[in-house]
Design a protein. Structure first.
Lengths: 360, 341
């Protein structure tokens, strides 16, 4: 289930449930046009979990909201193409045409389970509403379906939950309800926007297992947005790493952890503590901060923070290109990276040459 | 509660739409609210006075002589057993007129409050969700709010003609912008919550999001504001009638009774004092009630609502202070008396 999809990258008849090509999302703000997502391309196959990783403000959530078209249409400008199920161009649909897709074929889970349910209605009411928005079930049938969905999510005492209000549930229970709501019409694509960030670690593991089970049972393609590399390792098949609105690395999850190509990905991995981390040393950090979107640097957007940056890096924006590493076990084209020096870096590291380059 | 069962389907007959709609513990929650209401002294006082005035309005006219009976022989009688509030310059019973006036005033006030709440809620919610409508509707309400309420009401009355129903229309026009503003600002806050985005992501239509999902979330501020509109419209109606632009005579309203009594205030104080007292206490009661409701409907206020709890805490604190004082004197025998007290 890992990486046979990349070969189909450009096939028209691919099994990809979602194909995003060169997506550009910009907002009209008081400071001018801000491009939050700048030329992002990726694809999600059925039954696959694609991780989208990056720091806060790198455009992960905007990418998800662009796919669902949830952003305020008055101030947002979309460009590029978002193809759903091989045929439907989501960005070209009108609002009325888009609505039947949302909730029935595209499901979404939000970060904060505390505020993603309406406080004034019971769980049952809200689930029944969600189900009846897209089906012609009677209230009784919808109530049965709602109960069934809650049972699938493994929430304790599902009959009782239906009659309760959101404030009577714990965070983990609410997230299960939100997942039940997103899955109730058996969507082809599930977008999970940091679904475990607000939960404690044990609940996180249960929710991750639930999402994993659901993709197996329903063959749902999943976009899993997170900043937690541990979660990525746990659940994702493929990963794209985003930095300042661009994809900087696109590969399968094993390659990401074994042979990260982009210096930013390396930095992220190095700054994640693991059991082997030496406690006596400070955890490495990536120096500097993410530039704001109103002042996007020329050339490589990571150059200013990159220990391997050379003059050439700031001259032109690097292309997202296949990583060619001799001896690498991934097929060419499976591992994309946006860095002109990606192949040299392991040698630089092993010879300790990096010090010299940092001075540039 | 039904026990969770091992097989998923055996539990299904238990669940019916009826059982979903029936809110568990509704009764206990309602009685909890009533208990908190009773514990809130100001709200309880306001509510009680309002109930009394309402009872006077409902039953008063049945027990008193007709408020329209003119009796020349009984002109300007001071309060007596026969006429507890005295009689006016036409010999009409002031108590009967105050009771009848309570009907008019409360009816005008309540009807205006309801109309304003409905209209203001619609305008406010619509404005919160539609940028173009927001611009237009809010500029109109800015315009309406720029006029002093009483001046605008007089102008509208002059245009529509002097009728009780027109008083309600005029007051509704005057007070709707205030309610719309409150509802709009609350709805703007609710709109930014994740559940609204989640509803959109579920494919819910705009109409459903606004009217079914956001509206119930702005009910609390709406109720509080409607209460204040109730009070304001009673007082504005009284002012209009006092100026002769409100409820037309001979129908009594508290306002036009004040107008009748104005010239005779030195000879027949009862003609102005009784309607005045009724206006004042009713407005005070409604404002107390509104303040209380605002406290009771505000979830962050909950910790300090219960008077009993507050008293208990005060007692506990006093007891703690006493024991502390005891201990300090006991444990430090060298302390002089003046220091320990």
């Amino acid at each position: 289930m890992t990486t046979t999809h990349a070969e189909n990258h450009d096939d028209a008849g691919s099994p990809d449930v979602l194909r995003v090509r060169d997506l550009r999302t910009s907002f009209a703000t008081e400071d001018g046009l801000v491009t939050a997502v700048d030329g992002v391309s990726f694809h999600v196959a059925r039954g696959e979990i694609l991780g989208i990783v990056g720091e806060s403000g790198c455009g992960k959530s905007v990418t998800a909201e662009s796919v669902m078209r949830l952003l305020d249409e008055d101030t947002t400008d979309y460009d590029g193409s978002v193809t759903f199920d091989g045929t439907t161009e989501l960005l070209e649909l009108t609002e009325d045409q888009m609505r039947p897709y949302r909730g029935s074929r595209l499901g979404m889970i939000f970060q904060d389970p505390m505020s993603s349910l309406n406080p004034v209605y019971t769980i049952g009411n809200q689930l029944i509403e969600a189900i009846r928005t897209h089906t012609r079930l009677t209230k009784q049938q919808a109530a049965d379906k709602a109960l069934q969905m809650l049972q699938i999510t493994g929430i304790p005492e599902p009959e009782l939950r239906l009659r309760q209000y959101p404030h009577q549930l714990s965070g983990g229970q609410r997230q299960r309800v939100v997942i039940a709501m997103a899955m109730c019409c058996e969507p082809d694509l599930l977008i999970a926007d940091e679904p475990t960030t607000a939960l404690d670690v044990t609940t996180q593991a249960q929710i991750l297992r639930l999402i994993d089970d659901l993709r197996c049972n329903y063959d749902t393609g999943t976009m899993f947005i997170t900043h937690d590399l541990g979660v990525v390792a746990e659940i994702c098949d493929r990963v794209i790493v985003m930095y300042l609105g661009q994809v900087i690395e696109d590969t399968d999850v094993h390659t990401l952890f074994d042979e990260p190509a982009h210096p930013y990905t390396r930095g992220l991995l190095a700054s994640t503590p693991s059991l082997e981390t030496d406690n006596s040393k400070d955890l490495p950090i990536i120096p500097g901060a993410v530039p704001t979107l109103t002042q996007v640097p020329d050339g490589c957007r990571f150059a200013a923070r990159c220990p391997f940056a050379i003059d050439e890096c700031t001259r032109a924006t690097p292309e997202l290109r296949p990583h060619q590493r001799p001896g690498s076990h991934t097929a060419a084209g499976d591992h994309l990276v946006r860095c002109i020096r990606a192949e040299e870096i392991p040698d630089l590291l092993s010879t300790g040459d990096e010090q010299e380059d940092t001075d540039d | 509660m039904t026990h969770s069962t091992t097989t998923p389907h055996s539990a299904r007959p238990d669940i019916t739409v009826g059982s979903l709609n029936r809110i568990d513990k509704t009764r206990s929650r309602r009685s909890k609210f009533l208990r908190r209401f009773a514990a809130h002294k100001l709200a309880f006082t306001g509510g009680s006075i309002l109930v009394i005035v309402t009872l006077v309005a409902i039953f008063g006219p049945m027990l008193t002589p007709s408020p329209f009976d003119v009796a020349g022989a009984n002109r300007l009688q001071p309060p007596s057993l026969e006429h507890p509030f005295g009689t006016d310059n036409y010999g009409r019973d002031v108590l009967a007129r105050v009771a009848e006036g309570a009907r008019v005033s409360l009816f005008v006030g309540a009807f205006t409050a309801v109309c304003t709440a409905v209209l203001g809620c619609a305008v406010g919610l619509y404005a919160a969700y539609n940028r173009v409508a927001d611009m237009i509707l809010m500029r109109i309400s800015d315009g309406l709010m720029a006029f002093p309420a009483i001046l605008l009401a007089i102008a509208i009355m002059a245009a529509l003609g002097q009728q009780t129903s027109n008083v309600i229309i005029a007051l509704t026009i005057v007070f709707t912008p205030y309610v719309a503003r409150i509802v709009r600002s609350s709805a703007l806050v609710v709109r930014e919550q994740t559940f609204v985005e989640a509803l959109k992501a579920q494919g819910a239509s705009r109409t459903r999001i606004i009217w079914i999902n956001i509206a119930p979330n702005v009910v609390s501020p709406l109720i509080v504001q409607a209460t204040f509109v109730f009070a304001d419209s009673i007082i504005t109606e009284a002012a209009l009638s006092f100026l002769g632009a409100g409820v037309p005579p001979p129908a009594p309203s508290w306002g036009n009774m004040l107008l009748d009594g104005k010239n005779l205030i030195y000879t027949a104080w009862w003609m102005t004092v009784f309607p005045g007292v009724f206006i004042m206490s009713t407005i005070l009661a409604i404002n107390l009630l509104g303040d209380g409701l605002r406290d009771l409907l505000d979830p962050t206020y909950r910790s300090k609502t219960s008077g009993r709890k507050r008293k208990a805490r005060k007692a506990a604190r006093a007891a703690a202070r006493q024991t502390a004082a005891h201990q300090s004197t006991a444990s430090r025998p060298t302390t002089r008396e003046g220091e320990s007290s």
